[in-house]
Design a protein around this ligand. Structure first.
Ligand code: HEM
Length: 407
């Protein structure tokens, strides 16, 4: 990393670079920003010329940014970068963009669906889904594509069952989610994908309103009606957020984590011999890949000093979570993937009020998938050198487009 960290940081604001040089290293520009030790002013083409954007790269500064009410998640604020729930001015509101009491209320209405206890109850069903996908893969031709055979269907099937969304619609909603997170897509294309997803879920919710089913969406209808706060469109947006957040993210971690284990046979052997080490390994893999590295963004609602830089009211902040997850003051030797590290305080799920609602679910899915692959297909290997895999340099969530494997 020392050789790549020499990217010069000039006084004039630079365009924030997005692509990673390789899946195992953050962008060199971000490393250079972190070495400056304070938030750095950058530009972001998606916001238009001259918009003041701060790249925040220190672990401590990001925790402040994500945990201080003076930094708003409200994407209606002018100048907000494009996010999964829409464009400034063309806004579709979900909890990820709400602040304060409004956010707490909406989030609280579903937290009961994502508790550790609920996830434990889901464990046997997730195991069965993983086993079914692996059975199908093993019965099919070699090489198989790990992404379409396992990484995408597992979290997709799980979140669909949880929400009560028929999985038969998966081609439709997976393609729309993909479009939504694709940087190359135009704002219009993203927005169309977003609206199509919300409409699709809205129709489904209309059916459930007539006859509420025993799933997350059905239970929400009953509960919120009783409380007198039920609104059809709010639930459609909530369903949209959970569906998209619930499968694209975990799918990418399944692919990248599997790649890392295949690249490190000794680590894979150690986990195979003692699967109780998996939770610690999963935390480290989450830290190391930090796939949602640009997702936490905020707007300052007043002038704030952050880590030695003066952020003005209205300025946008982008958390560079990938490089922050290697901040040497928190993760010594952070460029090393150390599956026994115990990466507490890693920021892959964000921090503060908006910290990932589905993190318990994601961790459980990852543990089950890695454990089952290691146990059931000990000879699994990449069909091409892993450095040649088609990595997602073109998407808001990092990952692998396709992953040919054989055994
Ligand atoms: C929020 C990452 C899986 C649902 C977040 C945030 C991050 C993140 C970084 C914070 C965004 C911010 O601060 O603006 C991830 C990663 C995942 C994952 C890396 C998988 C490895 C899931 C799953 C669900 C989910 C499986 C399932 C439902 C959500 C929701 C929020 C969120 C609803 C918004 C929470 C709020 O605004 O209060 N996620 N996520 N995520 N995530 Fe995840």
């Amino acid at each position: 990393r020392a050789s790549t960290a020499t990217a010069t940081v000039t006084a004039a604001a630079q365009e924030l670079e997005i692509a990673r040089a390789c899946p195992y290293s953050p962008n060199a520009q971000h490393i250079a920003f972190q070495q400056q030790g304070r938030p750095v002013k950058v530009t972001l083409a998606t916001l238009g010329p001259g918009a003041p954007v701060w790249a925040v790269s220190n672990h401590a500064d990001i925790r402040t940014m994500l945990n201080d009410a003076r930094f708003s998640a409200d994407r209606q604020q002018q100048g907000f970068p494009f996010q999964v729930d829409g464009q400034p001015g063309n806004f579709r509101r979900t909890m990820i963009s709400m602040d304060g009491a409004e956010h707490r209320e909406v989030r609280r209405s579903v937290t009961g669906e994502f508790t550790l206890k609920r996830m434990k109850a889901l464990q046997p069903r997730i195991q069965q889904i993983v086993d079914d996908c692996i059975d199908t893969m093993l019965a099919g031709p070699k090489p198989a594509d790990l992404v379409s055979a396992l990484a995408l269907p597992v979290p997709s099937l799980v979140i669909c069952e949880q929400l009560g969304v028929p999985y038969e619609g998966h081609d439709f909603f997976q393609s729309r989610s993909h479009m939504l997170l694709l940087r190359g897509a135009s704002a219009e294309e993203r927005l169309r994908a977003l609206d199509e997803l919300i409409d699709f879920l809205g129709d489904l919710i209309t059916e459930k309103e007539a006859e509420p089913t025993d799933d997350l969406l059905g239970r929400q209808i009953v509960k919120l009606r009783e409380a007198g706060t039920y609104r059809h469109q709010d639930l459609a947006r909530m369903a949209f957020l959970l569906l998209v957040a619930g499968h694209e993210t975990t799918a990418n971690m399944i692919s990248l984590g599997t790649m890392a284990l295949l690249d490190r046979p000794a680590d894979a052997d150690a986990l195979r011999a003692d699967p109780s080490k998996l939770p610690v390994a999963v935390e480290e893999l989450l830290r190391y890949f930090t796939i949602a590295e640009f997702i936490p963004t905020r707007v300052a609602t007043e002038d704030v000093e952050l880590g030695g830089s003066l952020i003005k009211a209205g300025d946008v902040l982008v958390a560079l979570c990938n490089v922050a997850n290697r901040d040497p003051s928190v993760f010594p030797d952070g460029d090393t993937l150390d599956l026994q590290r115990g990466a507490r305080h890693q920021l892959a799920f964000g921090f503060g009020a908006h910290q990932c609602l589905g993190q318990n679910l994601a961790r459980m899915e990852l543990e089950i998938v890695y454990a089952t692959l290691l146990r059931r297909i000990p000879t699994l290997r990449s069909a091409i050198p892993t450095r040649e895999l088609p990595f997602k340099h073109d998407a808001d969530i990092y990952g692998i487009h396709a992953f040919p494997v054989t055994w």
